[in-house]
Design a protein around this ligand. Structure first.
Ligand code: PLP
Length: 404
């Protein structure tokens, strides 16, 4: 008789966005005239930039020519893309990453979720609280987290790293030494960044303890301040303890095209064993590569014109973030993030719970955001707004909140 992977039954909280959708649908049904502004989504809204579209058209045509048609992509991804990534994302920032340490994929979510497969089930993971849920859930599915404690709202075998306003949403080193440490900066959901000296401490700690840092830099393109590392490999020794994930989703609007990459340095080892060959094997066995046309589209954002166009898009989203953050502040709210990230993390007023504030905003000003508690107990009392809407809607939302 077939049986299921019972670890799946331990999964929690996957209802966040469906609960939001249900509440919004119920409200719309009762108030069909309501003009709802959605600032909860983590998806982009701006169209692909002209350089990407041009590249897509060109490569689609190539797929129709007998001499230029492409079938399966090389396991690690096309060299034209890995070369330009190594040069522009790493060498230009002083990081010594080689093209064959870059594994091109269909996005950071797949890789962040799958990376745990190459580590033993006895590894203890550490995650930030609040957290992007994929890191926890993928380890729950694998059976690495133990049972869920309803009271604490935490898995028994996971080390949670509180990210609070007191520590600037950058975790302290924990008492118990974890084996795998998930860090994400710029951060979803808090919009916080980690300074280079702070990240160096984590790198030194991981090197000292033989831990591996799984560094999710999906929002790297939003970094606008100096002294914020764009890659963990800017820290000394990081090639000996860190894997990095990148995404084209928020950088260049590829959420629907799908493209990302993972960096595994050749020298990186866990328990004396090299990790690169394991991920290469995993990639080759379970994955058949991002489409040629999408990899060509990805390469287009590294040309001078592509770069300028993508920067302009990001500047637009960051301007929305500024409008929302400053507007909220002037309305008396406590606000974080929104400077080096598309996320604004606000404290709910008067000790309201995250869900109460969700209902309050929906009912009174028809604005939809994301309750912070959906990202873990550490997010209770906070609320996430995103800058991915239009400038007009960001302005309208703030007007409404100011008049509350
Ligand atoms: N990592 C973080 C922190 C994210 O917030 C997201 C998307 O919301 C992803 C990864 C997923 O990126 P991708 O679209 O490349 O799968």
């Amino acid at each position: 008789m077939a049986t299921i992977n019972k670890n799946y039954l331990k999964l929690q909280g996957s209802y966040l966005f469906s609960t939001i959708a249900k509440k919004v649908a119920a409200y719309s049904a009762e108030h069909p005239e309501a003009d709802i502004i959605r600032l909860g989504i983590g998806d982009v809204t701006k169209p692909l930039c002209p350089a990407v579209i041009e590249s897509l058209h060109k490569s689609v045509d190539e797929m129709g020519g007998a001499d230029t048609f492409k079938g399966y992509a090389p396991d690690l991804g096309y060299e034209f893309l890995r070369n330009v990534i190594a040069e522009k994302d790493f060498h230009d920032r002083g990081c010594d990453i080689a093209p064959d340490e870059i594994f091109v994929s269909d996005g950071a979510k797949s890789d962040c979720g799958a990376i745990q497969e190459i580590f033993g089930l006895d590894n203890k993971i550490a995650v930030c609280d609040p957290v992007y849920p994929v890191y926890v859930d993928s380890n729950v599915m694998a059976g690495r987290t133990g049972e869920y404690d309803e009271g604490l709202q935490r898995f028994k075998d996971v080390v949670y790293l509180p990210c609070t306003r007191d520590n600037g949403f950058v975790p302290e080193i924990p008492d118990e030494v974890p084996d795998l440490i998930y860090l994400c900066y710029p951060n979803n959901p808090t919009g916080a960044v980690i300074k280079k000296a702070q990240l160096q401490k984590w790198v030194d700690y991981a090197l000292k303890n033989g831990s591996i840092i799984l560094y999710d830099a999906a929002y790297e393109a939003f970094i606008s301040e100096d002294d914020v590392p764009h890659s963990i490999y800017e820290c000394e020794g990081a090639k000996g303890c860190a894997i990095e994930f990148r995404s084209f989703s928020k950088t260049a609007g590829f959420t629907g095209l799908r493209l990302g990459y993972t960096v595994i340095p050749k020298e990186l080892k866990a328990g004396g064993e090299e990790l690169w060959p394991l991920w290469a094997r995993r990639h080759g066995t379970r994955y058949n590569g991002a489409p040629y046309i999408v990899q060509r589209a990805g390469a287009a954002i590294y040309t001078d014109e592509g770069r300028a166009q993508v920067r302009e898009q990001i500047a637009g989203y960051l301007e929305n973030a500024r409008i929302i953050s400053e507007g909220l502040r002037s309305a008396g709210y406590e606000v974080y993030g929104g400077v080096n990230a598309p996320y604004i993390w606000m404290k709910t007023p008067d000790g309201m719970s995250s869900w109460d504030f969700f209902d309050y905003l929906l009912e009174n000003v028809q604005i939809v955001g994301t309750p912070g508690s959906g990202f873990g107990p550490g997010g209770e009392g906070y609320f996430r707004l995103t800058a991915f809407g239009s400038r007009e809607n960001s302005l309208r939302a703030i007007d409404r909140i100011k008049n509350l």
